[in-house]
Ligand binder design. Structure first.
Ligand SMILES: Cc1cc2nc3c(=O)[nH]c(=O)nc-3n(C[C@H](O)[C@H](O)[C@H](O)COP(=O)(O)O)c2cc1C
Length: 502
């Protein structure tokens, strides 16, 4: 038997519980009624108008579907821009973990366009392997650049990626003995922090190298070139993800620090034109290269994504007619499927050609015009795994750049939010709370390991092909699977290519 006090307490408690549920049901009915009326009579969304309340789930599932697909439904080789197998390789290399797999490959090697390397019956033994020889860029400059590295960090501006990201990249690049490209947002102390070799990029707004009117400033250029660490200058003509597109940096993002680094007014919208206002022809480009080289004494080149192979022939013909000393010291060829912080979908999806098509065209054109030795070639575009880099070296590139590979090394999970300031890993956001997740000491190690393990793994491919190191790879060491299911040597493919004699 319960005591009278306990009985009273239970009665009161059960009345409260009853009341609570009645209120809950009333609130639910009122909320659903309001939602029903607002959905039924709103005019913007057809689904909600026709299916009030239930229609809302569509938007919710669409939003969370992206996250779920990545974890539960997408197969290892399915996603774009990078599938899980590609990302996993980077994560493991960056953590310096073993990248061995078991049982068998999940790659469909019979797919048309697949690249297969040509193993040698007598592979190179470790004792015979050689480290990559140093390459000199801009031999005739007052200060040429010499590097042994063949895999470095592609242009990403301070602004499109966060301050801790730039610091980790800078320190990691220095540890791996490789380079870091500033991107078009100017040179900051964060780029210089680690002591890595720096390629300073001049974008269309000439951030960091402009006068008050936005024109190229020789004075600023000299100051930038006075840093021993700044090894080369790159004029950005175009970028694969958004050829022919400039941009606006909204005034509220132009902090005192950004204004100082970029040479613009604090708090005022800053516009990047969609091309350099002073480069409107091959002659302008040649003159600009010559001018910057004269002012800085350092190698100068340009970055572009190719739309029409014809342009290369016209440019090289102009260069040859004026003497090869006026040539760019290097060309950075970007792929149309490259990444960026923010760009219109149609430019990302549909504009320009990929490096799979343009790298052989560029190498052939340089050879045809006798410029192959004079102009060094950097290439960028989805080179995140060793086979991608080995392919580029086989085709003829001197150096490979990666942007998103190094973002993965920094912890990027491909959440596709670079343009929203909500990057959950702190790589591409200015939100200090999110940046807290990116610990510079930890991630700089990963950047260094990724670069080193990448170069090591390309060496493994080279040795299997029977050459002593990555720089000895050539077109005969790779084959492409064709429509009939058989493969053809890249050497044979590109020799017979219609682009050969464009
Ligand atoms: C977040 C981000 C910012 C970038 N910023 C620049 C830039 O300032 N200048 C530039 O020339 N390219 C920029 N790029 C393009 C990369 O340098 C590179 O050319 C392109 O992403 C292809 O390389 P990937 O496939 O390794 O990313 C950026 C790319 C990303 C992802």
């Amino acid at each position: 038997m319960l005591s009278e006090g306990t009985q009273n307490f239970l009665n009161i408690a059960s009345q409260w519980v009853e009341l609570f549920f009645l209120v809950l049901i009333a609130v639910a009915i009122i909320t659903l009624t309001i939602l029903y009326i607002s959905d039924r009579f709103q005019t913007r969304h057809a689904i909600k108008r026709n299916y009030p309340i239930i229609g809302r789930f569509r938007y919710f599932f669409e939003h969370i579907g992206g996250f779920f697909r990545q974890y539960f439904f997408a197969m290892d080789r399915e996603e774009l821009p990078f599938n899980r197998a590609q990302r996993s390789w980077v994560y493991r290399a960056a953590k310096n973990l073993d990248n061995t797999i078991g049982f068998g490959s999940t790659r469909d090697t019979k797919k048309v366009g697949s690249i297969l390397f040509v193993n040698c019956p007598y592979p190179t033994m470790s004792k015979d392997a050689v480290s990559p020889k140093p390459i000199t860029v801009g031999e005739s400059c007052r200060k040429p650049w010499v590097t042994s590295s063949f895999f470095g960090i592609s242009a990403m501006s301070y602004g499109s990626v966060s301050q801790p990201a730039i610091r980790a990249l800078s320190i990691g690049a220095a540890k791996a003995g490789t380079w870091l490209n500033t991107g078009e947002g100017g040179l900051s102390s964060y780029h210089l922090e680690g002591g890595a070799d720096i390629i300073f990029q001049i974008g269309t707004a000439k951030y960091g190298a402009r006068d008050e009117e936005g024109n190229l400033s020789d004075e600023k250029l000299k100051k930038i070139a006075s840093y021993e660490q700044v090894k080369m200058i790159e004029i950005k003509l175009s970028q694969g993800a958004k050829p022919g597109k400039g941009g606006i940096l909204p005034g509220d993002k132009v902090t005192a620090e950004i204004a100082e680094i970029r040479g613009i007014k604090e708090g005022v919208d800053s516009i990047s034109p969609n091309r350099h206002s002073d480069i409107n022809s091959n002659q302008d480009l040649i003159d600009m290269i010559g001018h910057i080289r004269e002012v800085t004494g350092k190698p100068v080149g340009f970055k572009a994504v190719i739309g029409s192979p014809d342009w290369l022939d016209e440019l090289f013909t102009d260069i040859k007619s004026q003497g090869i000393e006026c040539a760019p010291d290097f060309i950075t060829l970007d792929s149309s499927d490259g990444g960026t912080g923010a760009a219109p979908m149609t430019l990302m999806d549909d504009m320009g050609l990929t490096i799979q098509e343009t790298l052989p065209v560029l190498i052939n054109a340089l050879k045809r015009h006798g410029l192959r030795e004079r102009i060094k070639v950097f290439v960028s575009g989805k080179m995140v795994n060793p086979a991608d880099v080995a392919w580029a070296l086989c085709v003829g590139a001197d150096f490979c750049n990666s942007a998103r590979g190094f973002m993965f090394a920094l912890g990027c999970i491909q959440s596709m939010q670079c343009h929203k300031n909500t990057c959950p890993t702190g790589v591409a956001t200015h939100d200090k709370k999110l940046q807290r997740g990116l610990v510079v000491t930890e991630k700089s190690e990963r950047v260094a390991y990724y670069a080193k393990n990448m170069m090591y793994a390309v060496g493994v491919i080279a040795h299997s092909c029977g050459v002593k190191g990555p720089r000895q790879l050539s077109q005969k060491h790779a084959r492409m699977v064709m429509n009939d299911g058989l493969s053809i040597s890249l050497k044979q493919l590109y020799e017979n290519s219609p682009n050969k004699d464009v």
